[in-house]
Write a protein that binds this ligand. Structure first.
Ligand code: FES
Length: 80
C-alpha cells in the first residue's frame, strides 16, 4: 500500500483503516471547519471520519480492502 507516496506494509484484504492504524497512522485528515485532526471512529462505515482519498476518490477507509499497490492520500477530500 502507498500512503502519500510512502510504502506502508499492509496485509491484503484487511481494511485500509485497519492497515493505517496498524502502521501507527491515526490522523487521517483535518476537518474542513476548525482544522481539527480526524481519524477512524466507528470502523463500520457509518461515521465517515475515516474519509481519505483512495485512488483519487473520496472513500471511507474502513470500507475499502487493501490490495497490492493501492494508493492512499491523507490530504483528504477537503484539502486545498
Ligand atoms: S471509521 Fe466510521 S466510517 Fe470509517
Amino acid at each position: 500500500m502507498r500512503v502519500d507516496g510512502r510504502d506502508v506494509v499492509a496485509t491484503p484484504g484487511i481494511s485500509v483503516a485497519a492497515a493505517l492504524l496498524a502502521a501507527g497512522i491515526v490522523v487521517l485528515r483535518r476537518s474542513p471547519a476548525g482544522d481539527t485532526p480526524r481519524g477512524a471512529f466507528c470502523l463500520m462505515g457509518v461515521c465517515q471520519e475515516c474519509t481519505v482519498l483512495i485512488e483519487g476518490r473520496a472513500e471511507r477507509a474502513c470500507m475499502i480492502a487493501v490490495r497490492d499497490g493501492i494508493a492512499v492520500s491523507l490530504r483528504g477530500p477537503h484539502a486545498e
